[in-house]
Design a protein around this ligand. Sequence first.
Ligand code: 5RP
Length: 236
Amino acid sequence: MTSLIEQAKQKAAYQAVDEHVLPSHKVIGVGSGSTVVHVVARLLQRDPELNARTVFIPTSFQSRGLLLDGGLNVGDVEQYPNIDVTIDGADEVDSQLNAIKGGGGAHLQEKVVAEAASKFVIVADFRKDSKILGEQWIKGVPVEVVPFAWRAVLKKLQGLGSKEAMLRMAVAKAGPVVTDNGNFLIDAPFGLIRDPAKLLTDIKLITGVVEVGLFCNMAQVAYFGCEDGSVTIRTK
Ligand SMILES: O=C(CO)[C@H](O)[C@H](O)COP(=O)(O)O
């Protein structure tokens, strides 16, 4: 099963890179997560001269490491606020191309790099393909919060209907997960999310929230690697 999922991720990633990273592009945003590993692998198969003329903008410590290990040029959105295309994974994508992101806790930088791009492309395996957000990703909406406000934000999220909202705890360290930006994460399940744009606004208005892992009306296209080896493409 694992290799089927890995194959699906790879197929989606390779096809998205082939169809959306053009020789004319100078600045490419690179998301985070295990599917993005395949995105970087495909980028490294391009003509090295082409890559030498391109700057890649990472979205986390992890993706920065992938790019540096590959010998690619790394920049940031401060230097390059206009990105040609950003390719990233997702935890779940609905029929309208809204997405839940932040399973890896990187959604703040991911959203900035996606919004700075002329085109935002999602790559994922079949498990992420839903009609409505919350169908398959039941861990909740990732919410990055400033550390001192976490308990106050948690109460507000419970007030919005997420009774099971929880501070994300680290696995190989005592205490909470600390993001690349020095913040904490709350995972807030809301069941089926029929109006993700409204929920995004409601959560974002809570003081202490830094960013919400709901990406609404941002992606132009999503590539899903399927169990049978094919790739499904969903566009707006
Ligand atoms: O949003 C993310 C990290 O913040 C990732 O893109 C998302 O969690 C998907 O990861 P993977 O490709 O490993 O399933």
